[in-house]
Each structure stands twice: as C-alpha cells, then as structure tokens.
Ligand binder design. Structure first.
Ligand code: NCD
Ligand code: ZN
Length: 407
C-alpha cells in the first residue's frame, strides 16, 4: 500500500494519512504502515474536474491537442476533463465518437470523458454526456422547436445533457467590431430566453440538464434548484469594458458582459450560488486572435482556473469549502465520476497546495497565450492521478497515455 500524509481536506482539515491501492483510496487514518510520502504541513486537496474543455482533436491540433491540453490541465491541479464535441469532423455519430476516442486515448495525461454532440437528431454514443448548442455557431445546433425532442432523447438514453444557452433567433448576426458590439449582438436576453425555453420544455420531461457558462444573474436565478449550471472564470473576472493585449482575446461566446453585470455575477459566486465552475478552455492561435472581426470566439483557461481560484481562497473572497464544491464535488457528482473527494473507494486524485507560494499565471496551452498572463495565482506543487504522481515540484512528470476514458 502506498501512503500519502499531510493536512487532508476532508470534513475540515485534519492531519492524516491516505492509503492507496490500485489507484483507489483504501484507507484514511492517523497512522498507516507502508511506503510513505509525507507532505508535512502542506494541504492535500482533492484534484479538480473540469467539465468543459475544447482540446481540438480531431481536426484543429494546431490550436491544442490532447497531450498539450491535458498536460496544461494537470499542472493546474485538474485530473479529469470532459471534452467538447465541436471538432472537425463534429462528433455527432457513433463512428466519429469511436475514432476520436481511439485518437486521443494514447495522448491523454489525465482521465477524460468525451461529449457526444446532438444536432436535430439523436444518435446513441458511448459518451459521458451529450452537448447541444441553441446558437448556430457550429454544426452541433438544436433549434428551439426541437428542444423537447432532444430532452426526451437524452432522458431515454439516461445521460445528462449540457446546453450552450444562447437562443439563435435572438442573436444579431452582423459583424461586431469590438467587445461591446459583440456583447450587444448576443445580449443577456438571448441567454435568459434560452434558459427559460429549456426549463419550460423540461418541466414535464425531467431530463438531467446542465447549463454551460451562464453569464447573467437572471439566468442563474432562473436555473437555481431546477437544473445544474456552471460559470467560467472569465465571465467572473473580465468584462467587455476591459482592455486586452488584443481586443479579440476577450471575444468569447457567450460574450463578456458589462462591468456592472460582472460584479453581480461575482456576488453570486461569493455567496455560494454557483454550483460548478467550468473553464470553457477554447484555445485559438495568436494569429487567429489578431483581427477582431475575423477572430473566432474563445479563450484558453483550463491551465488557469484552479490557480486563480486558489489565490481567491487565500485572499478570502471564497472559502476552500466553496471551491471544493464548485470544482471537485459537484462536477464529479453530476457526471457520476468516482473522483472529487478524499473518501475510501474514490480515485486517489489529489493536489498538494502550499498557500505561501504565490506565482504568476504562465501560458501553458499550445495556443501560446493566456488572458491571465502574469496574474497572481497559486499552482499546486504536486498532483496525483490514481495514486501516480504526475506533477512534482510544479513540474509535469506524468506522460501521454496515463489518462483513462470515463464513460
Ligand atoms: C468555443 C470554441 O472555440 O470551441 N468558443 C467559445 O467562445 N466558447 C465554442 C463555443 O462554446 O461556443
Ligand atoms: Zn465551450
């Protein structure tokens, strides 16, 4: 039995040791006998689950690939990601799904689940969950009159559905020239209307649903108690009034809102109204992000979410317990992933945190940039995936192929 000791985060923080066998936690006690690693006063916290990344394989490996994406996530304390299906080709058939799974399997450094995309018609896939977009931004699109059909299909398949909630008929499809125009073209009402429509349709179907990256307090209040929902770090930390190295760096869907709206969303976050934080890591190259009008929407974030949030814990904005629920417990529980807490029977996935050691965000995605570059943060010093050390003294020591697919 391998043993890791330190100050363990589990119903509070207590000095204890964790016994590990075959990648699982098999014991938690004051004293355990075996091959011991002792982290002294450092905190041992469950590793995080990021339910929303775009690692771009297959088809757009020049932006990111499964190795670079999972390595960046690992370095930030994430040991499981759920990857989106808007690839080239889009993952909307069982064949496309199987091909993607075969392609990324040998590259993943951490565990992963793959979403299946639902267009107008449903196809059975061995995915962890389904994803659909109510906005026509890629070929995985569901029009509002088909929502009910899609909800019934996922209910029948007994899998969750995650929804990009911006209603196509509300979006103004012109060419915004800056962040404020982008925000106006996809205004708050488009999100609020999308959430309203889905909740109405699901009222008598009761499919298990999650609204991705909500940006408005109104949508959060509407979804509360009726669905799962997530918020991204960028909608909490940036507004469309902010300046970026290139304006297009801040171009993302749903758009960054006004400073006033952002502050209201941040209040919800501080007060524990946000069940899940998701990065929506959507990398594009520097060249693609130079010209605002041409630039695709999306920014990288999987490498920054946890370190930025640990810094906010240190600063006192949120408690460690709040963070635990948003990035460990709730995402794992919603998708049925055997991670997210330090309990006997769970995967032995941890991060070791030294809150004294402040660093700055380093861009770690293949795309080569981060909107948070230089921001103060706290990286985990060590990360374990199913009992194996994959980050040691802030350096990646894992390898491609260590990650397993979760279905
Ligand atoms: C995503 C991407 O680049 O894949 N972009 C984004 O702005 N979030 C797609 C999407 O979720 O709309
Ligand atoms: Zn996304």
């Amino acid at each position: 039995m391998d043993i890791i000791c330190g100050r363990i985060y589990r119903n509070g923080i207590h000095r204890a040791c964790i016994g590990i066998e075959n990648g699982k936690i098999v014991a938690i006690a004051h004293h355990l006998e075996g091959k011991k690693t002792d982290y002294g006063n450092a905190l041992i916290f469950p590793a995080a689950v990021d339910i929303h990344v775009h690692f771009r394989e297959p088809g757009q490996e020049y932006k990111e690939d499964f190795f670079t994406g999972t390595r960046a996530a690992a370095l930030s304390g994430v040991t499981c990601v759920l990857d989106m299906p808007n690839n080239r080709p889009a993952i909307v058939t069982k064949d496309a799904f199987e091909e993607k799974a075969a392609l990324v399997r040998d590259k993943a450094c951490i565990d992963f689940g793959l979403y299946g995309g639902i267009t107008e018609k449903f196809e059975d896939m061995p995915c962890i969950a389904y994803k659909t977009f109510l906005s026509k931004d890629n070929e995985i699109f569901c029009s509002s009159d088909r929502i009910e059909h899609v909800l019934r299909a996922v209910k029948g398949a007994e899998k969750p559905l995650v929804i990009h909630a911006e209603l196509e008929e509300c979006i103004e499809r012109d060419t915004p020239k800056n962040l404020k125009e982008h925000e106006r073209s996809r205004r708050a009402e488009c999100e609020i209307a999308a959430v309203r429509e889905v909740l109405k349709a699901n009222g008598h179907i009761h499919a298990k649903i999650h609204f991705c990256h909500l940006t408005t307090p109104e949508a959060v209040e509407m979804a509360k108690g009726r669905a799962s929902y997530g918020v991204t770090p960028h909608h909490l930390l940036f507004s469309c009034e902010r300046s970026f190295t290139h304006e297009a760096w801040g171009k993302v869907n749903p758009p960054l809102r006004s400073e006033r709206e952002r502050k209201k969303l941040y209040e919800h976050f501080i007060h524990g109204e946000i069940p899940i934080l998701e990065s929506d890591h959507a990398p594009h190259t520097r060249e693609e992000k130079e010209d605002f009008e041409q630039a695709p929407s999306g920014m990288p974030g999987a490498n920054a979410m946890i370190p930025l949030m640990l810094y906010r814990v240190k600063r006192g904005d949120i408690s460690l317990d709040r963070l635990f629920h948003m990035v460990c417990k709730n995402p794992a529980a919603f998708f049925g992933i055997p991670k997210g807490s330090i309990e006997v029977g769970k995967d032995a996935d941890f991060m070791v945190i030294d809150f004294e050691k402040e660093q700055e965000i380093k861009p770690r995605s293949k795309c080569g940039w981060s909107p948070y570059k230089g921001w103060p943060c706290i990286y985990p010093s060590h990360v374990y995936l199913r009992g194996e050390k994959i980050v040691e003294e802030y350096e990646f020591v894992g390898g491609a192929g260590m990650g397993k697919m979760i279905q």
